[in-house]
Design a protein around this ligand. Structure first.
Ligand SMILES: *[C@@H]1O[C@H](CO)[C@@H](O)[C@H](O)[C@H]1NC(C)=O
Ligand SMILES: *[C@@H]1O[C@H](CO)[C@@H](O)[C@H](O)[C@H]1NC(C)=O
Ligand SMILES: *[C@@H]1O[C@H](CO)[C@@H](O)[C@H](O)[C@H]1NC(C)=O
Ligand SMILES: *[C@@H]1O[C@H](CO)[C@@H](O)[C@H](O)[C@H]1NC(C)=O
Ligand SMILES: *[C@@H]1O[C@H](CO)[C@@H](O)[C@H](O)[C@H]1NC(C)=O
Length: 537
């Protein structure tokens, strides 16, 4: 009998063990599992449950089990699951079943789809259905970040939608705080719920720093009091793009080691002309903008974790502005090895902005939730779906992998050439920074140019100008060395039918920052390479 109990506990332990143990906490800028101090990187996809019906999207399209398995099999270890305050704080929103909720919005198709795909959920109350989603994700070893997205359930976010800032029409601070407490309590003891984020995209005419400090501290304490296990994730002003005021005035909170910040980064509103014709300089500018407003948090004397909790692109692939923004962002995301949540899982909505069945072109899934919208998405996310840096690693010094964001591939030294392949086990390099050689780790071989249009090679002539590499564009994404004439040649990705090579070629669009007018018609992304620090074996 004792043996049986023992086995029972062992299996419970393994069930929740995932690949690490929960709950999580923080050390410096890293999220770690508490006992071992090993890094746990949040690699999430967003999954909304905050719209009108307050039911996680897609449950009318596919069985819950199927969706959870899809998330896990695509390399995500976590879901940022969104919820609306009223679902917990207002009786007539709380105390209804999934079927009553769909019915009240006249969502007949969704109702029929639920009856087919997830009949057992229809009779559940909304919070029970949410719990069923969390539990099913847990069975697939998927962690959950519960994100308070709005108060009144609906599509987010407008400057003036009444959900934007403390004191707005639907956004009563004490009701919000009460909602946070209720959710914190509801999920206490559910280890896979590893974090709660306090409010999505604070914004609008009422936003101001004083109220931000006051209410963020109130909300964070409310969560921490009810559920000291979860990480508390804090968002900034201006649609979650601005935490720069923390440079002057840190938050006066002590949550032990449970505090994480979040930020969003999209290409909305970016001028297409600049992305198309000043690609390098515009990438440099938006990257610096992100660092100034939020990215700075992971550096300096008191670094804290930063969760890039929304970013994404039109996965149909035809939006060139989005494509360039995304490759630019991947460079920084990989280099800083941030925690992240891609926007987004859902291929469509039950009801969004008055439209039944609206498609989501940023969705990883297609409109029918059948398959990947972008067949290359896994390759694109391949490197960021790995841990590059682990604070518990004893590997010193840091080495680098050479990453090509556009293809999602990394440089690999083969028997007699250097090519690119998926980033699962790329070659590692040692490098002392700008203006120094790039040496194959553990060897005396250096990356060397052999001529314009020719493959980059390895040589032992490490002090030659042909082996001295510099980041030659404002985006810092061009890696170049000088040829015999003193002209820079840049690494360039070259794909042929069954292989891919790295050539050195005339650098593209280096001077797109010289003039203020959009100037370069070439697409420099094939030359974007970035050295990504890693302390993995
Ligand atoms: C709850 O009641 C309010 C006020 O009567 C109403 O506006 C709202 O639509 C109701 N919500 C639901 C989900 O029934
Ligand atoms: C919720 O509904 C049940 C059954 O209809 C009822 O007994 C209960 O009092 C309701 N709770 C609230 C808070 O309205
Ligand atoms: C960011 O916040 C700082 C400090 O409150 C403010 O000065 C600045 O204008 C804000 N920038 C944006 C783009 O919101
Ligand atoms: C980048 O920022 C600099 C400095 O603010 C500005 O002069 C330049 O025009 C910007 N370039 C682009 C392409 O936006
Ligand atoms: C690649 O394709 C070429 C020509 O189609 C062929 O000669 C070569 O053997 C192929 N290489 C590999 C590694 O499959």
């Amino acid at each position: 009998m004792y043996m049986k109990i023992f086995i029972f506990f062992i299996s419970i332990f393994f069930f929740f063990a995932l690949s690490h143990s929960l709950p999580l906490s923080t050390t410096s800028r890293w999220i770690v599992d508490a006992p071992s101090g090993h890094r746990v990187k949040l690699m999430c996809v967003n999954w909304p449950g905050h719209l009108h019906a307050m039911v996680a999207e897609g449950l009318h399209k596919k069985p819950l089990k199927h969706i959870a398995a899809f998330v896990a099999s695509n390399g995500f270890n976590c879901v940022r699951l969104t919820w609306a305050t009223y679902m917990f704080t207002r009786d007539n929103y709380t105390n209804i079943t999934v079927s009553e909720s769909l019915d009240s919005w006249g969502l007949k198709e969704a109702m029929a789809g639920m009856a087919e795909n997830n009949p057992e959920l229809l009779k559940m109350r909304l919070n029970e259905a949410q719990r069923a989603v969390v539990d099913e994700l847990g069975k697939h070893e998927i962690m959950v970040v519960l994100d308070n997205h709005v108060s009144l359930p609906k599509w987010c976010c407008d400057e003036n939608d009444g959900n934007g800032f403390f004191g707005d029409e639907y956004f009563d601070p004490s009701e919000w705080s009460q909602g946070l407490s209720m959710v914190a309590k509801e999920y206490k003891g559910i280890p896979t719920v590893v974090a709660m984020s306090m409010r999505n995209e604070l914004r609008g005419p009422r936003q101001n720093e004083d109220d931000w400090y006051k209410y963020i501290e109130m909300g964070a304490e409310a969560i921490h009091k009810e559920n000291p296990d979860v990480l508390v994730i804090i968002s900034g002003l201006s649609f979650d793009t601005n935490l720069s005021f923390l440079k002057q005035k840190p938050l006066g909170l002590n949550l032990g080691s449970k505090l994480v910040y979040e930020a969003h980064w999209y290409s909305f509103g970016d001028p297409l002309e600049k992305w198309m014709h000043q690609t390098n300089q515009y990438c440099a500018n938006v990257t610096q903008w992100f660092i100034d407003k939020s990215g700075f948090l992971v550096t300096g004397p008191n670094p804290v974790p930063l969760f890039l909790s929304e970013f994404g692109f039109d996965e149909r692939g035809a939006n060139e502005r989005d494509n360039r923004y995304f490759n630019c962002l991947l460079g920084l995301l990989a280099e800083r090895d941030l925690d992240w949540a891609l926007w987004t899982l859902q291929g469509s909505y039950m009801l969004r902005e008055g439209q039944v069945g609206m498609e989501e072109v940023y969705g990883v899934l297609d409109a029918n939730w059948d398959q990947l919208r972008d067949s290359k998405i896994q390759e694109k996310l391949g490197l960021i779906q790995q841990i590059a840096q682990d604070p518990s690693s004893n590997n010193n010094p840091t080495n680098y992998v050479m990453y090509h964001p556009q293809s999602g591939q990394c440089a690999q030294v083969g028997k007699d050439d250097i090519y690119t392949s998926d980033c699962r086990n790329p070659s590692q390099w040692s490098h002392d920074g700008d203006g120094s050689p790039i040496k194959l780790k553990g060897t005396s071989w250096c990356l060397t140019i052999s001529g314009n249009g020719l493959p980059v090679i390895l040589s032992n002539d490490c002090s030659s100008h042909r082996s001295i590499w510099e980041l030659v564009s404002s985006s810092k994404l061009h890696v170049g060395a000088k040829d015999e004439q003193g002209t820079y040649l840049c690494l360039e990705w070259s794909r042929s039918s069954n292989s891919s090579a790295i050539l050195t070629k005339k650098c593209l669009c280096l001077d797109d920052n010289v003039k203020d007018v959009p100037s370069c018609d070439d697409d420099p992304q094939i030359q974007w390479f970035k050295l990504i620090p890693t302390n993995k074996n």
